[in-house]
Design a protein around this ligand. Structure first.
Ligand code: ADP
Ligand code: MG
Length: 460
């Protein structure tokens, strides 16, 4: 495994442990520059001094822990600011390290060519070619295509919403990259997260530099703005965004946004902004089905030129259902275990890795939480699930309970039987097997389970 893959795995883990705005602000643009094999020191690059100091003081322990956990030979970390002055020097050093590394496989792309474009702030990694299209995202994908063909006039604004890790950032950045490539120098694309927009406005107000911010955002042809839900409730920023939006819109400039929910469901959003958002095209991305999850896994390993048993991929696609980022994260960890640690990958090993990753993702959930959440979801009482009723409207929820206790909590079958009204362990086995099979064939059931899992995570 290359150091880039190592870093991807580390970031994947940290992303699940710190708040999203913090991750996006401080770590998203970090990269690993080199690893000094002799002394076990890795060099981590950050985009500016501020980020460097911040990461060093707040996240050093977390990063070191995660790195060491994956690679025991790592002893310490040095941090460096990556800028145009040292880029050339680093590039040479990296090439040298890569040439001498005896790693089992080479990174697919040279590190510095994957650098975020300072002009557009777009990450070239996100392209339409690498975006897998399936029933859960085909509308969003089609809308993006239409916008690319007809910038600024057809669907404006384009608003894409959906849950975490379902490809929103990938898709809107790919739109930006594609437009930039197709219309070359004639258009100016700018990608920002809404947190960045907020912090720019706050900074400008404080330093009386509002004109700078106005021109930064109003002189673009395509504004791609990620996670717009964070803009709600901040009056000065919302106002500035409203004016920016109007200026761009009136000049037929394209606006592309992502959000974790539709405009109507962002409670703090001003009415006038909401109605602007609703005036364009709104599409969602939803959970990928089994076939699509498998396709994503297959493509990712093909891209990396690695082989992995198809049975393993199928097992993984079956297990991780509601987050493509998590799917990638577990896959990376599997590849890492295979390539770097030289361990054989079995389905049991996959389950262990999922547990490890899930361990950092999930709060502690008990059997009682499962019973309560499932009961709430189906509008029955927890007692109904535990008692001996054989009514149809009780039987399925009860089986789902058993399935989740096994699948998410890894409880033993006798224990599960015990929790659900002292039933025999064979009943629990039967329920688990039945639901496991059905989720792959029945999209409605799959959707229910995904929603219940979501509620369990949130603890509501
Ligand atoms: P979101 O912004 O919705 O939280 P991201 O766009 O960050 O999700 O996607 C999470 C990860 O999954 C990224 O690494 C992305 O490249 C990958 N991904 C998501 N959807 C797809 C897809 N349809 N095809 C390929 N990769 C995808
Ligand atoms: Mg995103």
């Amino acid at each position: 495994m290359s150091i880039q893959d190592l870093w991807k795995t580390v970031l994947g883990e940290i992303e699940l442990q710190i708040s999203r705005p913090n991750f996006l602000t401080w770590l998203k643009q970090s990269e690993i520059v080199e690893k000094d094999e002799k002394n076990g020191v890795v060099l981590v690059g950050l985009p500016n001094h501020f980020a460097k100091d911040w990461v060093k003081s707040r996240y050093h322990k977390l990063i070191l822990g995660s790195l060491r956990n994956l690679d025991g030979s790592i002893r310490s970390i040095d941090y460096i600011v990556l800028n145009s002055q040292n880029a050339e020097m680093l590039k040479k050093r990296v090439q040298k390290t890569q040439a001498s590394a005896s790693a089992a496989f080479r990174p697919q792309e040279p590190l510095l060519e994957l650098r975020i474009d300072p002009q557009t702030n777009l990450n070239p990694r996100y392209t339409l070619e690498t975006f897998i299209v399936g029933s859960s995202n085909e509308l969003a994908h089609a809308a993006v295509q239409a916008v690319i063909d007809d910038v600024g006039t057809k669907y404006n604004p384009l608003f894409i919403y959906g849950g975490v890790g379902l490809g929103k950032t990938h898709l809107i950045q790919a739109a930006g990259n594609e437009i930039q490539a197709r219309y070359a120098k004639r258009v100016h694309v700018l990608y920002v997260t809404s947190e960045k927009f907020v912090s720019d406005v706050v900074w400008a107000l404080r330093n009386k530099r509002m004109d700078d911010v106005k021109s930064k955002y109003r002189d673009v042809d395509v504004l791609v703005i990620d996670d717009i839900q964070f803009i709600g409730g901040k009056t000065a920023t919302e106002q500035e965004f409203f004016y920016t939006f109007n200026t761009l819109y009136e000049h037929n400039k394209q606006i592309i946004m992502s959000s974790d929910r539709p405009p109507a469901a962002i409670p703090t959003l001003e009415e006038r902004l909401r109605s602007r958002f609703e005036g364009g095209m709104i599409v969602d991305v939803s959970y990928p089905d089994y076939e699509m999850r498998l396709a994503i896994l297959r493509t990712k390993i093909q891209q990396q030129n690695i082989s992995l048993d198809d049975g393993i991929l199928e097992h993984l696609a079956l297990k991780i259902q509601n987050n493509i980022r998590e799917l990638e994260g577990v896959l990376n960890k599997i590849l890492f275990t295979q390539q770097y640690k030289g361990e054989k990958i079995t389905t049991k090993k996959v389950d262990e890795i999922i547990q490890e990753v899930a361990h950092v993702t999930s709060k502690h959930i008990t059997a009682q939480d499962v019973i309560k959440t499932v009961a709430d979801f189906f509008g029955v009482s927890p007692e109904d699930l535990v008692q001996r009723s054989r009514k149809r409207e009780i039987v399925e929820p009860r089986q789902i309970c058993m399935y989740l206790m096994r699948d998410s909590l890894n409880l033993s079958y006798p224990h599960i039987g015990e929790k659900l009204g002292k039933r025999d362990h064979t009943t629990a086995i039967h329920a688990y097997e039945k639901i496991s099979k059905e989720v792959t064939q029945n999209p409605q059931l799959n959707q229910k389970i995904v929603l219940i899992k979501g509620r369990l995570q949130k603890g509501s």
